[in-house]
Design a protein around this ligand. Structure first.
Ligand SMILES: C[S@@+](CC[C@H](N)C(=O)[O-])C[C@H]1O[C@@H](n2cnc3c(N)ncnc32)[C@H](O)[C@@H]1O
Length: 251
């Protein structure tokens, strides 16, 4: 059982009380009127199956169990690591225009997600939305880089890796971005917009950034401080277009 100790790796750092991440994904596909969708990390296809528009999906080891084609006019699957995909393929060319929505849920290492963000942003418009999953972990014990699932009884075997650091990086190095931290169970959903497909800040400083956020012994304490410092956005802002527009307008 989790202890009450504040710095124990199974201490619950946040309780996400909003709508679950899959229903938020569906809502955002409607709110953005998505016609072109990119998904990095598809696994069984549960998230991809919920999207109706033309899609590109990337995963090095698919284990498809859902109807991922559904009503989509086009559905391109690439069984590759995302770095290889971006090196060899152009998602906006495949889909006939810039992306409206992207869902990044691939390798759960901060530097891998950072590369996915950099590569995805190049195919976006300023008002496109990039979603990042698993970046607001409720416990530190699910943030290891080895794929070990949480021992917390409330989050059995959940693994987020250390992708929360990617949010810290975007906040520190890209103050021009709009970043919303949604309280979507079980591990949060981060939406990034106000994108700049011409930006080279992250790519130019990649080595420095990766070194700055390299794993350290005090990562659990630093995660705890980060989670205590952030303000979550309610998923209520996704219930309809008026609420979403108000959020974007800063109201
Ligand atoms: C958590 S699962 C995705 C779940 C799915 N998005 C959903 O919500 O239904 C993560 C997936 O990322 C994939 N993955 C791992 N490394 C990857 C990489 N380098 N590039 C793209 N996907 C990767 C894994 O194979 C796994 O299927």
């Amino acid at each position: 059982m989790p202890t009450a100790s504040l710095d124990h790796p199974m201490t619950e750092l946040v309780t996400h009380g909003g709508a679950d991440y899959l229903s938020c994904l569906v809502q955002l596909s409607k709110l953005t009127r998505a016609e072109r969708y990119l998904e990095i990390g598809t696994e069984t296809g549960q998230s991809l199956s919920l999207i109706d528009c033309a899609s590109v999906s990337v995963d090095p080891t698919y284990q498809i169990k859902f109807d991922v084609v559904g009503r989509k006019p086009a559905c391109h699957l690439f069984q590759l690591p995302s770095d290889d995909f971006f090196a060899r393929h152009d998602p906006s060319a495949l889909l006939g225009g810039k992306l409206d929505l992207a869902f990044l849920d691939g390798l759960h290492h901060y530097e891998a997600l950072l590369r996915d963000v950099i590569n995805t942003e190049r195919h976006c418009r300023p008002d496109s939305v990039i979603l990042m999953h698993d970046c607001l972990p409720p416990t530190a014990d699910m943030t290891n880089r080895g794929g070990r699932g949480s021992l917390h009884p409330k989050f059995p075997n959940f693994w987020t890796g250390d992708v929360y650091k990617t949010v810290q990086i975007l906040m520190a190095y890209r103050p021009d971005l709009r970043i919303f931290l949604f309280d979507a169970p079980p591990t949060g959903l981060v939406a990034v917009t106000g994108l700049d497909p011409t930006s080279t800040v992250l790519a130019d400083r990649m080595d420095e950034i990766v070194a700055e956020f390299a794993p350290r012994g005090d990562d659990p304490a630093r995660l705890q401080a980060f989670m205590a410092s952030i303000t979550l956005t309610s998923t209520q802002h996704l219930v309809d277009r008026r609420s979403w527009k108000a959020l974007l307008a800063g109201k």
